[in-house]
Design a protein around this ligand. Sequence first.
Ligand code: AMP
Length: 284
Amino acid sequence: MLIIRTPSEMNEWSVGQCAAGNTIGFVPTMGALHQGHVELMQKSARENNFTTASIFVNPLQFNNQNDLATYPRQFDQDAKIAKDAGVDVLYAPTVNAMYPEGFTTNISVGEIANSMEGLHRPGHFDAVATVVVKLLNIVAPHVAYFGEKDFQQLAVIRHVVRDLDIPSTIVGVPTIRAIDGLALSSRNVRLTPEHLQQAPIIYLLLQQLVQSAHSVNNETLKLTSHFTEMIQSSSDARVEYVEIVNAKTLLPVSHADNTAVVCVAVWFGDVRLIDNISLVSNIA
Ligand code: AMP
């Protein structure tokens, strides 16, 4: 596996492979790789001649400096995981290589980025869009893979790629979970043992919410209030938001029907976890 540190070398490699008629798959990450990332990489390796992945902890998308400082970093271990997952080229630029002195451009995404994560993390998606567009320009992949775990991020990226005519296909990959249902996340390693035990309740209650929407009452307000009450009374969780939105527009819906997805952000101590469940495939 090749490790590349500069945009020019990365782009040169990609242009060469494209000219030779090879297809390139790309998996952007912030490192601290787990099975969720591996799934994306393996899918790319199956579907393309070459697979590239990036590891870049993008400082611009962190609103919380403590989150940035404590974000897990483990490059050597990540390089091994990526290689074993079938990655051919690992692009790991420095902050200075991505944002050299004088860098000022910022993509403004618009409405789809304003709710949920965007509302609670102002500027987050503009920064995500900016770094992803830069990475897509540098790597020039035929296909780029993103996890459905970051549901709004995937929607934002699809939107930006369409709006800016970026010639890469965006593919969403279902969320990989631990056996107890907890969505895998690089931030899980920061949970205390007690919170790690409690956190699977997020997905348990999301599944129950879907059942209720199906069988009892699909009024959004009732479903979300019940979710918040249940999780806060039976664990140390603090719900930042729980929203039921249209899966395409991400606008809130009053009734949870088969166009909806439920998105949540929950704090355990100083660790913020997000998850979602789609009603699209869960309600007939
Ligand atoms: P991150 O390193 O957290 O920025 O994630 C890099 C990519 O991996 C993003 O497209 C995420 O949505 C995806 N990802 C993270 N966790 C999971 C998971 N549990 N299942 C599937 N994809 C994931």
